[in-house]
Every structure is written in structure tokens, then in C-alpha cells.
Design a protein around this ligand. Structure first.
Ligand code: ADP
Ligand code: GLC
Length: 509
């Protein structure tokens, strides 16, 4: 997809390249200097994460470090300030319309990655997640909190942040940083911007009357702008104004250009794809996901020697209050939301248990799913164990101890859980959608089913159970799953291509 979608931009580049000296000079500037990338994110696993975005934000900049001067920009949440260590305040960013002034701090991760932190206690210094309070309700000032993030990113790109550094390119992620691309455009600044969509379903939609407070010009409240069904959308702003859009798998990149998965933005995304400005780049997983080294496991193992999985399975059974058994162990490690098909997993549970299987669930999310899962465990003591909560050690142990991971997501932009499961020798049983379709080969390193309905899901589970009964086949599939290429290198080089194309396009705009 990457190669084909960009033929127009590259052709334009090649034509100009034949133009002579003027071009060659610009080209040498962009290719010889180590370029500066500002990676703008609302979560990073080093300090705070709500899902896969936090993990990608920690891994991708590190994978790109050897090529670029990559720095992170993140709001100064309580969890960031308490963990990052020394922060030097390097600038004051002025207020703008209803967006308050804030300090810009510079800190560093333990391994030396520069992190710019927005110092604005009134917006960020509170308990809870980046997006919601402890009751799961969106922070009522989310528009201002993330407009502040977008505006700061634009300031840094224009040289108004760190007096010693400015960004050649902004890499924005999801709706919280979407407005950065718009602010740059409204200021007439041509800094290239890449927006990565990790999940189109979360759009950052706010009422029209918030426009003045956010410094959004009236003229931008338009179908060709930030307007979305009479409201304004931060994500649409990002998609509309960014130089280039990526999303986290090739299949999802295609799916979001269709009404079924386009969340009302499929028309604009179709246009971007047609313009060669939409790519799918699959996520990788980081090196800490290695069952031969992971200190969280009671026994280590590898693709060559999987015997250690047995001790991990016994440990999961103990941990989740399951009976001792040599039968198949299924896992669910997930946010408990509609997207993830939790209801399908709950419906499949009765059959799995009746066939001698056991299920360990770790997750948190919508209260109705938490309640239903607790009730399921009560109905099947010793066969279904449920932990409501978030614990990475438990998640790792569960991948390591299970035989199968249930992942019947209705849509899945990329999905990391299935890749972690594969790496730990647990075969994912997943809906053929988004990144699941791109990372799982049916019958080789996992099982895929076509329609997100119980009937098709159960067919795939039955194929899993048959495989479980044939040891040589199970071992071969486990080995294939564990050996599947999973690192960040290939994805990082694709991002590099996109960055370079965006810089070239901006240079000739
Ligand atoms: P999403 O970001 O949509 O939730 P991903 O599959 O990309 O989905 O990433 C989910 C990440 O969150 C994985 O690393 C998974 O292991 C982790 N995770 C999900 N639920 C839990 C939980 N309850 N405890 C620990 N880790 C979890
Ligand atoms: C989102 C998506 C998930 C993806 C993650 C990281 O949370 O739901 O599929 O893996 O972002 O890109």
C-alpha cells in the first residue's frame, strides 16, 4: 500500500528533481541534516497509559532515534511529574483565547529521550486517566486540555518553545493532538505534520460554541474544516489539516475509507487515500516481550523449547482460582468495551466450559461487562476466573500461561494483545478485521473468523479445540506464532519513508 498510494507525490518530486540546481540544494538540506521530529502524544507507557497508544508512543520514537532527533511532547499529568525526575522550565507559552498560559518543561526518560512537558497544574495535575475521572466520566475541560497540547506543539514547531530546538516535522497521534495541524495552517506555517489514527472511534467532539475559546476561526467551521454534524471534531481537524495521515494497519487503512468503519469520516478519508496521503503501517512490539527473559513469568520458555508454558499455565490457574487441569486454557486480556466483542466472549464461555476448557479474564471497562463477567465466574467456579483491574504483570503471566487468546473485536485498528499472545505461545482466536487480519495467519499462527457473530466465533474456537487435541499441530502453530516477526524495525522504516515524503512535499509546496 505504501508504495502504490504515493506514486503521485513521488512523480511530482521526480519531475521537480529534473528541474536542476534549485531543487538539488533543497534536497541536500533535507537529507544531510539530522531532522528533528516532535512526537506529540497524550500518553506514554513510561509514565501513564490507557491503552495501546501509550505503548506505541514509548516504542516508536525509540525505534526512530537512530535516524532522527526525536523528542516527545506530553501534558504534565500528575503521573508524569511524579515519575520523570528533574524538569527544567525552558519557556512560558502565552495564553491564547480561552487557552491558559503554561510553562514548557524539558525532562528526560531514563534512557535519555528528551520529553517536553506542559506545566499547567490547573489542566493536568489531577488523579485519574488522561481522558476521564475516577468514575470514568470525560473531564469537562478536555477541549481546553488538548487544545493546549495542540497549540504548544504548533508553538514548538514555530520556534517559540525551546529556544535551542525547533521541530522539522510534527508526528501527531489521535484526536488529542489533532488541532496542532490546524493551528499551524491558520498561522500560515508550512511545517509538515503526520497524524496517526490509532482509533477512529474516538474523535474529540465538542459543541460549536466552544470555537472562540479554542481560537478556532469561524471560517474553519465548515465541512472543509473542523465541522462535523453541527459540532467540531479535533480528529477531523487533524485529518483535514495534516500533511499526511497514517493508521496502524493496512487493512484498517482500507476499512476506514468505507461507511461501515469510517465513523462518518470515510468520505474525507477516501479523498486522502486517493490523494496518496493515507497509509497503513502496522505496529510492532517491543523487546521486553520475550518469554525467554521476562522476569514476570514463573518459568521461561522459547519457541524451541515450550515446556515452560506448563508451569505458567498452573500459575495462571492458581492466580485466577481455577481448578488444576490439563485441558485448554483460554485468556481474555482486554479493555472491557463493545469494540472488543466482550459480549461474544461471554456468550462463547458456556460452550468452552462444557467442552472442558477454562477461561482466565483480566480487564476493566464498562460496568455492565464487569458485572456480567463476575456473574459468569460465579456460575462456573473453577472453570472461569475473572480479575477486574489493570495489571501488566498479570497480563504477561496470562499470555504466557494460556493456550488461546479470545479477541473477537468488532473492529481493531491494529491490536497489540494478539501479538503479545503469539510471542508468548498463546494462539489468538480473532475476528478477521484491521490489524488482526494483518498479523494472524489463519491455521498457521492463530485462528480467524469472518463475521463478528457467535456462530462464526464458535467455529474458530472449535478449530482451536481440535488443534489442542493434536499435540504436534499445536506445537507447530505455537512455534510459528512465537517466531512471527514482531519488532519495530520494519514499521520504523515505513514511518521514515512517510516522514521523508512529507518533508519533500512540504519543501515543494
Ligand atoms: P487497545 O489499545 O485498543 O486497548 P491494544 O491491543 O492495542 O488495544 O492494546 C491493549 C494493551 O493493553 C495490551 O498491551 C494489553 O496487554 C493491555 N491490557 C489490556 N487490558 C489489560 C489489563 N486489564 N491489565 C493489563 N494489561 C492490559
Ligand atoms: C488503539 C487501537 C488498537 C491499537 C492501539 C495502538 O488503542 O484500539 O487497535 O493497537 O491503538 O496503535
Amino acid at each position: 500500500m505504501l508504495e502504490t498510494l504515493h506514486s503521485k507525490a513521488d512523480a511530482a518530486f521526480a519531475t521537480t528533481a529534473r528541474g536542476g540546481l534549485h531543487h538539488d540544494h533543497r534536497r541536500s538540506v533535507s537529507l544531510t541534516r539530522r531532522q528533528s521530529i516532535l512526537f506529540v502524544t497524550s500518553e506514554i507507557a513510561d509514565y501513564i497509559k490507557a491503552g495501546g497508544l501509550g505503548e506505541v508512543s514509548a516504542a516508536l520514537p525509540r525505534a526512530l532515534r537512530s535516524h532522527y532527533d526525536v523528542r516527545i511532547l506530553i501534558p504534565g499529568y500528575r503521573q508524569v511529574l511524579s515519575q520523570i525526575g528533574a524538569i527544567e522550565e525552558i519557556a512560558q507559552l502565552p495564553p491564547s483565547f480561552g487557552i491558559p498560559a503554561c510553562g514548557l518543561g524539558r525532562g528526560m526518560t531514563k534512557d535519555g529521550l528528551t520529553v517536553y512537558v506542559l506545566l499547567c497544574p490547573e489542566l493536568y495535575d489531577r488523579d485519574g486517566s488522561p481522558y476521564v475521572d475516577s468514575l470514568g466520566v470525560d473531564w469537562s475541560d478536555n477541549d481546553i486540555r488538548f487544545a493546549r497540547l495542540g497549540l504548544a506543539a504548533a508553538d514548538i514547531a514555530c520556534g517559540k518553545g525551546d529556544p535551542l530546538w525547533r521541530a522539522d516535522l510534527l508526528h501527531l497521534n489521535d484526536w488529542p493532538s489533532g488541532l496542532a495541524a490546524a493551528y499551524l495552517t491558520w498561522r500560515g506555517q508550512h511545517v509538515p505534520t503526520i497524524l496517526t489514527i490509532h482509533n477512529l472511534a474516538y474523535q474529540g467532539i465538542f459543541a460549536r460554541d466552544r470555537l472562540p475559546a479554542l481560537g478556532i476561526p469561524d471560517a474553519a467551521f465548515h465541512i472543509n474544516g473542523v465541522e462535523f454534524h453541527g459540532k467540531m471534531s479535533f480528529l477531523k481537524a487533524g485529518i483535514f489539516y495534516a500533511s499526511h495521515i497514517t493508521t496502524v494497519s493496512s487493512t484498517y487503512a482500507r476499512e476506514i475509507t468505507q461507511p461501515e468503519h469510517g465513523c462518518g469520516l470515510d468520505g474525507l478519508l477516501r479523498t486522502r487515500a486517493w490523494q496518496g496521503r493515507l497509509d497503513g503501517i502496522i505496529n510492532g512490539i517491543d523487546q521486553s516481550w520475550d518469554p525467554s527473559k521476562d522476569p514476570n513469568l514463573v518459568s521461561r520458555f522459547s519457541a524451541e523449547n515450550c515446556r515452560g508454558k506448563r508451569a505458567n499455565a498452573d500459575n495462571v490457574r492458581k492466580n485466577f482460582g481455577l481448578a488444576l487441569s490439563s485441558g485448554p486454557l483460554f485468556a481474555v486480556v482486554s479493555r472491557l468495551v463493545h469494540q472488543k466483542g466482550v459480549d461474544l466472549a461471554i456468550s462463547a464461555a458456556e460452550t468452552i466450559v462444557s467442552q472442558g476448557g477454562q477461561i482466565a479474564v483480566i480487564g476493566q471497562g464498562e460496568p455492565r461487562f464487569e458485572t456480567e463477567l463476575r456473574a459468569l465466574a460465579q456460575r462456573h467456579p473453577g472453570s472461569v476466573g475473572v480479575k477486574i483491574g489493570y495489571d501488566e504483570g498479570d497480563a504477561r503471566r496470562t499470555y504466557a500461561g494460556s493456550d488461546f487468546l479470545l479477541m473477537p473485536s468488532r473492529f481493531e485498528p491494529c491490536g497489540l494483545s494478539q501479538m503479545y499472545a503469539q510471542r508468548f505461545g498463546s494462539l489468538p482466536i480473532a475476528h478477521r478485521t484491521g490489524g488482526l487480519a494483518d498479523t494472524i495467519e489463519d491455521g498457521v499462527n492463530g485462528f480467524l473468523f469472518g463475521e463478528p457473530c457467535l456462530l462464526r466465533f464458535m467455529d474458530a474456537i472449535k478449530r482451536g479445540l481440535e488443534t489442542f487435541r493434536s499435540r504436534p499441530r499445536l506445537t507447530a502453530m505455537r512455534r510459528a506464532a512465537m517466531n512471527r516477526p514482531h519488532g519495530w524495525d520494519r514499521s520504523a522504516s515505513k514511518y521514515k519513508e512517510v516522514y521523508e515524503r512529507a518533508c519533500r512535499t512540504a519543501a515543494y509546496a
